[in-house]
Design a protein around this ligand. Sequence first.
Ligand code: ZN
Length: 267
Amino acid sequence: MPDPLRLLAVLAHPDDESLGLGGTLARYADEGVDTFLITATRGERGRYFHNRDRPSDDEVGRVREEELRAAARELGILNVTVLGYADGELDAAPTEQVVGRVVTLLRELRPHVVVSFGFDGAYGHPDHIAVSQLTTSAIVASADPTYRPAEQAHRVAKLYHLGWPRRIWDLYQHVFKRMVSVVDGEERAVNPWPEWTLTTRIDARRHWRTAWAAIQRHETQLAMYQGLDQLTEQQHAILWGDQHFCRVFSTVNSGRSRETDLFEGLR
Ligand SMILES: [Zn+2]
C-alpha cells in the first residue's frame, strides 16, 4: 500500500479550520488523504455566545477547544494539536519556541502540503498574520538537517495560503458581517485577491454539508451569525465548497495553469 498523501493546516483560532477550508479538509479526508491541524491559540478571548454571563477566559478557551475537536472529528482530521499561545497575542509569542514546536510537529506528521493564512491574515488579523509567518519559518527550519539535528529533517513539498476572490468575500460578508480588525487604532478590512493570484481552486461543493456540520460545532461563535439561517443551499455550497488558495511555493510543479488539486505534482 502506498504511503498516503498528507495535508497539514496551521491556523490561529478554533473555527479558522471550518470557516477557512472546511470543505477542502472534508474532501481530502474523504479521498483518503491524512489530514492534520495545528491551532496556535484556544481562542479564549473570542466571543462566547452573546457575551452575556461570560465565564473566565480560561473557561472560554476550554469550551472552544472542545468545539474545535468536535469540528475536527466532523471533518475527518486525524490529529489536532492546540499550541495554547495567548489569543490575540500570537505576534508576541516567543518566536524561536513557536517555530521549534511547529518544526517538531512537521517532522512527526511529515505533511506533503501545508496550508496557512496569507500575509494579509484574511482581514489583517494579527494572529492570522503571525501564524502565516511562523509557519513559513518552521517549514524552512524543518528542512534544514542542522536545525535540531537529533530530529529527522522533513521537507514540505508545497505551501499554500488561503485566498478569497471578491465574489466569495461579498457573499461571506453578506452572511456574517463586515469583517474588520482594528489594530493600533487603524481599521483593516478584507482585501479581496485578484482572481489571477489564486493559483488553485478546490471544488469541495459535494462536501459542503460536512463543512457546515463542522462550523455548527463552534456553537459559541454562531449566535451572532444571524444571516446563516437564510442561506440557500447554493450559497452554502459556494461558501463552504468553492475554495481558493495561492501556491506560495512548490518543489514539484510550477506554471500558470489553474490547479484543481493541492497535490498536483505529487500524485
Ligand atoms: Zn481566526
